[in-house]
Design a protein around this ligand. Structure first.
Ligand code: SAM
Ligand code: SF4
Length: 355
């Protein structure tokens, strides 16, 4: 059965559900297949994106997220420009070739200008060689355009779930948390010419394999260039915590996340897929596993150590690196698992480059 699905040139929704529900033995076949596809279309490579989580100040109140505005137990921080630029310099000097600037969501003129200026400064300090991804939430098209002109080339905005009804259960019911607005933002990013990335959380309360299959089809239909998706992980100071007893066991959420990566690699052969940090929160070598079966991007956290643990999205979030100490996540070898690290290479989405 599994082989006949894998031999098809495109999958139906029901094929994807069957793959997501595959037993252990079939899962091995699925992973061997996705691994070959990755090897063929991407090569045995993994590219670096130094992740700078520069501020946990957020105006929104997503029910799953530890740094949501109403969580009074979060110690708020906002790195100064100097700290951000020194992390960017670290990425540049260590040949990462790319970095990600991520933060809580703020929509204001001063936030827009600050990011714009930072982008220009990073461009300057790296002689224009660092590829910058932004992940600063929903903004208007004009803001996205200003950031693109200032040097950003990729943008990551997760749809979180493509099921509108489920989306409503995960967010407050107001204009600030609108499914339509999110789609509109993704559309703007694509129209402006960003390498556009999205993704979902896997194993959310009220979510089933039908939803997840739809998520993968959403990504395919939207024709995304990059994906960052990973398991949903609890945070005790969030409204979703009360549904803990309804969740799949954590190992199942991990398994499902790996299957999502494998299936996405099969249906979108040449996009960039990140092995996300939340995988690592479940198992220390889960990202290596994800890279083996389809992912081709990792995001070592290079946020300065005084702040790294306040960007507390969920429990067990791995400690980020101290760039000045031995306790660094900075790769010490040229391999990550079995994949060769593309030091000094942008590792742009081949899918995007072909457009
Ligand atoms: N504020 C921006 C946004 O929401 O797009 C960027 C930062 S936000 C913290 C980045 C991602 O973290 C979200 O898209 C969400 O999928 C993920 N996240 C938040 N809480 C999570 C949780 N409890 N488990 C897993 N991922 C989570
Ligand atoms: Fe803010 Fe992003 Fe967390 Fe939502 S997911 S509360 S927008 S940081």
């Amino acid at each position: 059965m599994i082989k006949s699905i894998l031999n098809k040139s495109s999958f139906t929704h029901s094929d994807i559900v069957q793959l997501l529900e595959a037993n252990k033995q079939d899962t091995k076949i699925l992973f061997a297949h996705s691994s070959k596809i990755k090897e063929h279309y991407i090569g045995n490579k993994v590219y670096l994106r130094g992740l700078i989580e520069f501020s946990n100040i957020c105006e929104k109140n997503c029910y799953y997220c530890g740094i949501r505005k109403s969580n009074k137990n979060t110690k708020r921080f906002n790195l100064n420009d100097e700290a951000i630029l020194s992390a960017a310099l670290f990425a540049y000097k260590n040949n990462y070739a790319s970095l990600v600037l991520q933060s809580g969501e703020i929509q204001s003129n001063s936030f827009t200008s600050r990011i714009e200026k930072l982008l220009r400064k990073i461009h300057k300090l790296s002689q224009g060689t660092l590829g910058i991804t932004l992940s600063c939430g929903e903004q208007n098209k004009n803001t996205y355009e200003r950031w693109l002109k200032a040097g950003a080339r990729r943008y990551l905005l997760r749809i979180e779930t493509s099921n509108r009804t489920l989306y409503k259960k995960l967010h407050p019911n107001n204009n600030m948390h609108s499914f339509d607005k999110r789609i509109e933002c993704l559309q703007s990013l694509k129209e402006l010419g960003y390498q556009t990335g999205t993704g979902v959380m896997i194993g959310l309360p009220f979510q089933n394999t039908t939803d997840l299959a739809n998520d993968l089809l959403f990504m395919k239909n939207f024709d995304i260039d990059m994906c960052g998706m990973g398991p949903y992980i609890l945070h005790k100071d969030t409204p979703l915590y009360k549904y803990t007893s309804t969740l799949l066991p954590i190992q199942k959420r991990l398994e499902l996340s790996l299957k999502m990566v494998a299936i996405l690699r099969i249906i979108m052969k040449d996009i960039n897929i990140a092995a996300t940090t939340s995988l690592q929160a479940i198992s220390s070598n889960a990202r290596e596993h994800a890279v083996e079966i389809g992912a081709n991007v990792i995001m070592p956290n290079i946020t300065p150590d005084n702040y790294r643990d306040d960007y507390h999205l969920y429990q067990n979030k791995p400690k980020s690196i101290n760039i000045n100490s031995q306790n660094t996540e900075h790769p010490k070898t040229t391999f990550f698992g079995n994949a060769e690290i593309g030091f000094g290479k942008y590792g742009d989405s081949p899918h995007f480059l072909k457009k």
